[in-house]
Design a protein around this ligand. Structure first.
Ligand code: NDP
Length: 315
């Protein structure tokens, strides 16, 4: 019996790429012209674009299994219009991403990276390292108190921070103060952690007004998407000293990072690795493959994206 044909949209980890190849008749973008009529499923990661043209080129496409909780890489309206099922990988990455957000906040406030450079350069032999800020006792705002945001909040509470948040909807079940806007949240905290989804609804949500509200002693941590922060405004605020520092995992044009940021000692820069741990990536991979297998078996998904459950097209 012939196996289902699945399109692998790069970049995929070698493990996921190979697993799809072992379980299915796998097709890569380079071979698409020959096999477009056969493809019933796509496996992609959230760095691989699945746009309307690609979806339109695959007449039998029924499922898109995304390796990642964020799916702003997929033209979801185009998929749902055709009744194509879309899955993501929520929850299994919450701990790793929250850990990264906290690591960035600690690294920026305690100047971990400059202090490491100071020791390596032999400067400790001549002078003492300057005093730093601290996270304990500080006020931290979470922009996007969802699954990952809540995991960040509990870690910050354990560190002795006062947590507040802004979502579009106020939550009934959390002990944190609510701010009615991103700017209001930023104005009342020392540091802001951004963990909203990407896409059109949050583009440049963190703009000059929010950065100025955070202020010259403020620290911005972004583990969400580069699109959520107005990057030129961020660079300007840091360069002018209107913002104290930043810890960034994501950027507007990855893997390009603005040269101005690379030259600054007040920022810590990670290469989009917030979920990049061995156990988390194994769990994300397993959930991606489970979603695909489940849809192929009976038309259901383990973890459909929320738009599917709200439109009722969950098959
Ligand atoms: P959730 O959907 O659980 O949480 C998202 C939160 O953002 C919700 O509380 C939502 O509340 C809020 N939100 C959404 N839109 C807005 C808006 N316009 N203004 C204010 N708040 C908003 O998602 P997760 O916590 O699972 O993931 C969040 C994002 O983190 C992902 O979409 C992904 O982009 C990013 N991420 C990044 C990773 C990395 O490697 N750096 C790894 C994993 C995730 P409400 O609906 O009430 O507004």
């Amino acid at each position: 019996m012939s196996r289902p044909t699945i399109l692998r949209v790069p970049p995929l980890s070698p493990q996921l790429h190979d697993a799809v190849g072992e379980q299915y008749d796998a097709v890569d973008l380079a071979d698409l012209a020959e096999h477009a009529e056969d493809v019933v499923g796509i496996v992609c990661s959230n760095s691989g674009r699945v746009d309307g043209d690609l979806i339109a080129a695959l007449p039998r496409l029924g499922v898109i299994a995304n390796h990642g909780v964020g799916y702003d890489n997929i033209d979801v309206p185009a998929a749902l219009e055709r009744g194509i099922a879309v899955s993501n990988t929520p929850e299994v990455l919450d701990d790793a991403v929250a850990e990264t957000a906290v690591a960035l906040l600690l690294a920026v406030r305690r100047q971990v990276v400059p202090a490491d450079r100071f020791v390596r350069a032999g400067r400790w032999l001549e002078e003492a390292f300057p005093l730093t800020g601290q996270v304990a006792g500080s006020r931290v705002g979470i922009l996007g108190l969802g699954r990952i945001g809540r995991a960040v909040a509990t870690r910050l509470e354990a560190l002795g921070c006062t947590v507040s948040y802004h979502n579009r909807h106020r939550l009934p079940d959390v002990p944190y103060a609510y701010a009615a806007s991103a700017a209001e949240l930023a104005a009342g905290v020392d540091s802001l952690v951004v963990v909203v989804p990407g896409g059109a609804g949050t583009a440049a949500l963190v703009d000059r007004e929010v950065l100025d509200a955070l202020g010259p002693d403020g620290v911005l941590v972004n583990v969400a998407r580069g699109s959520v922060v107005d990057e030129p405004a961020l660079v300007a605020a840091l360069a002018d000293g209107r913002l104290g520092g930043a810890g960034l995992d994501v950027y507007a044009e990855e893997p390009q990072v603005p040269a101005e940021l690379i030259a600054m000692d007040t920022v810590v820069l990670l290469p989009h690795v917030a979920s990049g741990t061995h156990p988390t990536r194994a769990a994300m991979r397993a959930l991606t493959l489970d979603n695909l297998a489940s849809w192929l078996a009976d038309g259901t998904l383990r973890t459909p994206i929320p738009e599917m459950t709200t439109t009722g097209k969950d098959s």
